[in-house]
Write a protein that binds this ligand. Structure first.
Ligand code: AHR
Length: 521
């Protein structure tokens, strides 16, 4: 329209000003994105376990993904895939949950010990009805945790198990006293006990873990927990799905006066693009509508966390019970041609951004969130590793976890953030999320840009003066980019040039659909 102005001197001037204004608007020059790092008197550590993972006897997570057996022609260490072991060591996996999930409430641990040829084969009723030969059991899991240097987190069967069975498992695993269970462990080749601190008592007991009412479950939890004893044990009570505060209130009411029985309350939240289990949306070959919906739905977790923390503050004002988000991640339709119940999906730049958003949210609530476990570690849902036969790929989510490792065990730096919206089809979400921490004299800020089309300029006011700044980025050319077997990685960690830092201020530009790490010293 401006080109239609009459060519007089006066109008030429106005024409130019309007052009310049429009150009500036397009370039986001007036964008109001700010991050202010707040010095804080409280000393909050980001628990390294926030970077935890989850492994279930589901699809090819355990068999094929982690464990191939000693006789496999896939290179292995005592049956564990060598490539996967190396990738997990590099990732610094802090904690690993096992054996489920829904599978846990059907799992009888004694099926998975002793000579492999004597172990019974069972049907995995939740996941594809496949045969479970129990060749990967307690020893295999706990030895694997030692091999990759991770803390084990065991899920106890309260659905089809008994208190006696649970007590014996705890004794078998952790006791150094003389008892029938410790003798059995020694007979099976393990002299000293393992160090297991985290015990989940049931899983999704409002659903696959027995379809229980909260009052019934909390009594069962109390019963189990009073016999599951050990120094420094962290026992986790089954909490809600997403925003179900009604469940949480009933559970915490039932724990009144007995809150020493639980140290953690679990919350599960999965990101489904459509929000519908019947048709969730594809993991690759999606358009911007699914990109937007996925990131919008993943951001809902912050509201659920806040609602739950408010309930927990009311019932447990001293904050003795921590929030544990022990299942989270994206959940899409299974990849075409894969088995029902195996939950196999690809992982793109969208998953990288979703992971960055969730991890920023968890970091910012590190005063009360002590653990989080992405579902699941290999070949199932939002995995960091995918395997096919001898091949393995590190997914975009892997690279985000690796880049965010700087936050493990670091001191949280609280921040105020103002962000533009990212709008699509009349709906809006915040374009940016961020979190910050300090460790060994380095301040690390991680930032996500959900906008797939436009970069964001951020003015950052820092909590002190720094002299150097550097950056790293996880992104791809397209929002659907992913890493594929036998091909060069399209989505990985690269260096990013971040402007200049001076007088406690930093101006930076965050590219579209990206996850960024800014390091200041
Ligand atoms: O992670 C897949 C399944 O999702 C788990 O087994 C269950 O706990 C949840 O519903």
């Amino acid at each position: 329209m401006i080109y239609g102005f009459p060519h007089t001197k006066q109008y030429w001037g106005m024409n130019n000003w309007i052009s310049i204004l429009l150009l500036f608007l397009t370039l986001d020059v007036f964008a109001q994105n700010t991050i202010v790092l707040r010095p804080d008197s409280r000393d909050i550590t980001i628990s390294k376990e926030i970077y935890g993972h989850f492994s279930e006897h589901l699809g090819t997570c355990i068999y094929g993904g982690i464990y191939v057996g000693e006789d496999s022609d896939i290179p292995n260490i005592n049956g564990y895939r060598k490539d996967v072991v190396e990738a997990f060591k590099e990732l610094k996996v802090p904690v690993l949950r096992w054996p489920g999930g829904c599978f846990a409430d059907t799992y009888h641990w004694k099926d998975g010990i002793g000579p492999k040829e004597d172990r019974p084969s069972i049907v995995n009723v939740f996941w594809g009805g496949v045969t479970e030969d129990n060749s990967f059991g307690t020893h295999e899991f706990l030895d694997f945790c030692e091999l990759i240097g991770t803390e084990p987190y065991l899920s106890i069967n309260v659905g089809t198990g008994t208190v006696q069975e649970a007590v014996e498992w705890v004794e078998y695993v952790t006791s150094s006293n003389q008892s029938p269970m410790t003798e059995l462990r020694k007979k099976n080749g393990r002299e000293r006990p393992w160090d297991v601190k985290y015990w989940g008592i049931g899983n999704e007991n409002w659903g696959c873990g027995g379809d229980m009412a909260p009052g019934y479950y909390v009594d069962i939890f109390r019963n189990y927990s009073s016999y599951i004893r050990g120094k420094d044990f962290q026992k986790v009570i089954c909490g809600p799905s997403g925003g179900d505060t009604a469940w949480t209130k009933k559970i915490l009411t039932g724990l009144k006066g007995k809150d020493h029985l639980a140290q953690g309350l679990s919350l599960h939240y999965y990101t489904l693009p459509t929000g519908k289990w019947s048709k969730k949306g594809p993991s690759i070959d999606f358009e911007e509508d699914m990109w937007f919906a996925t990131l919008r739905n993943t951001m809902l977790v912050e509201g659920y966390i806040k609602e739950h923390l408010a309930v927990m503050d009311e019932y447990d004002p001293e904050g003795k019970i921590k929030l544990i988000v022990d299942e989270w991640g994206t959940w899409y339709d299974k990849l075409p041609g894969t088995k029902d119940g195996f939950l196999q999906q690809q992982n793109t730049v969208r998953d990288a951004v979703a992971a960055g958003i969730n991890l920023n949210i968890f970091n910012n609530h590190a005063d009360r969130i002590s653990m989080a476990n992405i579902a699941q570690i290999v070949n199932v849902l939002q995995s960091v590793i995918l395997t096919k036969g001898k091949d393995m790929v590190k997914t975009p989510t892997y690279h985000v976890f690796k880049m965010y490792n700087v936050h493990q065990g670091a001191r949280l730096i609280p921040m105020d953030i103002e962000t533009e919206d990212y709008s699509f089809n009349g709906e809006s979400i915040p374009a940016l999320t961020a979190s910050a921490s300090e460790r060994d004299g380095v301040t690390n800020i991680t930032i996500t840009n959900a906008d797939p089309n436009r970069p964001k300029v951020i003015d950052c006011k820092l909590d002190k003066d720094f002299t150097t700044v550097s950056g790293k980025i996880v992104t791809g050319k397209k929002m659907t980019d992913h890493n594929d077997y036998g091909k060069e990685e399209k989505v990985t960690i690269s260096d990013l040039k971040i402007g200049e830092v001076a007088n406690g201020k930093l101006k930076m530009q965050i590219p579209p659909h990206s996850v960024v790490l800014v390091q200041l010293q």
